[in-house]
Design a binder for this molecule. Structure first.
Ligand code: AGP
Length: 612
């Protein structure tokens, strides 16, 4: 959940490091730092280490504009062990100040390592687990940083992405990965190392995704990948498809706003090339399962966290109602530790925007260990979940930078709609229905664009309700997960308490929360659940609770009951989740703006959660 960057080459390292950290800031943003090899390497001069509590802007102020040095490492932190302070910020150094380390992950045995290393004379300055790595490598160092790192890895229990430099080895960066992502960027006479490709996109698109257990040693003109036993590994150089524009704000005030408004295009990308009009079916090339194997699937299970889990809930509803296959979505963090029954006839989907979420990754590994087949539904190409899964679907939403997930969610929905269609067409959905479903799916990007036209109306509502301390989000059926998603969005970026609930459940307890100060956001479907939902709305109104209703345009009955009405375009109820979520994203965004929150980087959070 932290961001690592490294640079070696002819250019001023500090500039590239700070700029790379800015790109990685979404991964963690409580403190940051860099270590740069001084520019007289022959003298073995110690490293220049600059660390600062706060965001990258605070670090930038501390780094002299003309800081010399062409090789260094940097880190942006999301605290796990030890509070947020300058001293706990990375890089951490050994006693001599010649060796510096940045680390992403958790070292579980750091206390016993610390005890051992202190007996050997190591002086610890921070409260972090990561500092133990610096002293351990120094303890094993005999003039070869790569060898020292390899000698140390066997003593580390836990997860890590590590990058380190030593003042006596000019131009060299050594990195290792176990459970936390690390990507090597191969430039023209320069090399980069980072937690993800966004930090290097401005410099190179040629990358090597390191696997767990691999160590990389790099100089400006060469690199070598090997395992901890020093067996060489033949690296595969991939080409990153993302453009630099995709990680710029492009005139929007923040990434979340940009990503909300990008959804017509990102959903279209998720569908592109996958609609088989001739057979009224979906074309999904990466599932790695034969038609026979897919046909034999008796049950579907989805594992995920947060917003991805909400997409999974919608997906499971579709698998059951459209494809008639029993399906259930489970929180990955729960599944792993409850000794799950893994049936050979079940198919599992691991859903993750980042492809790095530890809870989802470990649950996936547990299922695979028990013989289950797991397909990934992920956004970040080359991330761990798609690489370790048995096949899957990339959702192609493009880089999602805001901590609050928006466009990845609707792209995940798109993937589930395609999968549900594939299964349905294998079972009892006739050709003409498949064709109609495809036509409706094709129309979704345009309808999402129309829904975005409610921007100003939602902003006005957000202004009126921004002082509320509690919100309820209520929906039924396919819209229940959307209610959960609306509540999560509001909580995470505005810090306002919100509960997402199945509308039929409120009478079993939560209705006690209703008061004139607690708005209820109702998602009103246009199907058999409409009347039931309207009854639930009336129950809230009868108890004095204000109602904000999202419903199909022209719904006079809803308009008459609700205090606020947000119309969405008419569409078959099956596709309403795509449209219903948009006003909820906007509502959360505008309330957060009203409350002057940091929309892209809300407190206490980070984008990809690579710790359990
Ligand atoms: C979404 O707004 C959240 N930031 C969070 O719930 C997120 O969806 C969750 O951490 C899972 O992330 P993933 O999709 O990258 O696995």
């Amino acid at each position: 959940m932290c961001g690592i960057v490294g640079y070696t080459g002819p250019r001023q390292a500090s500039r590239i490091l700070v700029e790379g950290l800015k790109r990685l800031e979404y991964r963690g943003y409580d403190s940051a730092g860099i270590a740069v090899q001084a520019d007289e390497p022959q003298t073995g001069a110690p490293l220049v280490v600059i660390k600062k509590k706060g965001k990258i802007a605070a670090l930038r102020q501390e780094v002299p504009k003309d800081l010399p040095g062409h090789c260094g490492i940097g880190h942006t932190r999301w605290a796990t062990h030890g509070g947020v302070s300058d001293v706990n910020a990375h890089p951490h150094t050994d006693n001599s100040g010649k060796l510096a380390v940045v680390h992403n992950g958790i070292i579980e045995n750091y206390l016993s390592l610390k005890e051992m290393l202190e007996k050997e004379g190591a002086v610890f300055r921070s409260e972090t687990d990561s500092e133990a790595i610096a002293h351990l490598i120094a303890y094993n160092y005999e003039g070869d940083l790569e060898a020292a790192l390899k000698a140390s890895l066997g003593h580390l229990k836990g997860t890590y992405g590590i990058a380190c430099v030593h003042a006596d080895e000019p131009g060299r960066i050594v990195g290792a990965r176990n459970g936390s992502p690390l990507v090597l960027g191969v430039g023209d006479g320069e090399m980069l190392l980072a937690s993800d490709v966004t930090a290097m996109l401005a410099h190179t698109k040629r990358v090597v995704y390191l696997n767990d257990g691999e160590v990389v040693s790099m100089l400006p003109h060469e690199f070598r990948v090997s395992d901890a036993e020093d067996r060489p590994i033949d690296p595969r150089i991939d080409h990153v498809a993302w453009e630099l524009d995709a990680i710029e704000k492009e005139g929007f005030s923040c990434y979340m706003e940009k990503e909300i408004f990008e959804q017509p295009e990102s959903i279209a990308r998720a569908l592109s090339g996958r609609l088989d009009g001739e057979y009224g079916c979906a074309k999904l090339g990466g599932l790695n399962l034969s038609k026979k194997e897919l046909h034999a699937v008796e049950r579907i299970r989805v594992i995920a966290a947060g917003t991805s889990w909400h997409a999974g809930l919608v997906g499971c509803h579709l698998f059951e109602t459209v494809a008639r296959i029993p399906a259930a979505a489970e929180l990955a963090s729960e599944l792993r530790y409850r000794n799950p029954v893994v049936e050979p006839s079940s198919l599992y989907f691991a859903v993750s925007q980042s492809g790095e979420t530890a809870d989802t990754l470990y649950a996936m590994r547990e299922i695979q260990r028990r013989g289950g087949t797991v397909l990934g539904i992920c956004n970040v190409v080359g991330s761990t979940i798609p690489r370790e899964s048995d096949g899957g679907v990339y959702v192609h939403s493009g880089p999602e930078i805001a901590v609050a997930s928006t466009k990845a969610f609707t792209s995940q929905l798109a993937a589930f709609y395609l999968l549900a269609l594939s299964f349905a067409r294998m079972h009892d959905m006739p050709h003409h229905e498949g064709t109609r479903y495809l036509e409706q799916l094709k129309a979704v990007p345009g309808l999402v664009r129309d829904t975005l036209g409610q921007r100003d109306h939602v902003q006005a509502i957000a202004k009126r309700y921004s002082k509320a301390q509690d919100f309820l989000f209520l929906g039924r059926g396919l819209l229940y997960p959307i209610a959960l998603e609306g509540a999560l969005k509001l909580k995470e970026i505005s810090y306002v308490h919100a509960e997402g609930y199945a509308a039929g459940e409120i009478k079993h307890g939560p209705i006690a929360l209703v008061s004139p100060d607690t708005p209820s956001v109702f998602l009103v479907p246009n199907d058999h659940l409409r009347e039931k939902t309207i009854s639930n709305m009336k129950e809230i109104k009868a108890r004095g609770g204000p109602v904000i209703a999202v419903a199909e345009q022209g719904d006079a009955e809803v308009m008459a009951i609700a205090d606020e009405y947000i119309p969405i375009p008419a569409v078959d109820s099956r596709f309403q989740p795509f449209l219903m979520v948009v006003p909820l994203q906007l509502l959360a965004y505008f309330i957060a703006l009203e409350l002057a929150r940091d929309v892209d980087q809300p407190r206490n959070l980070a984008k990809s959660v690579t710790v359990e």
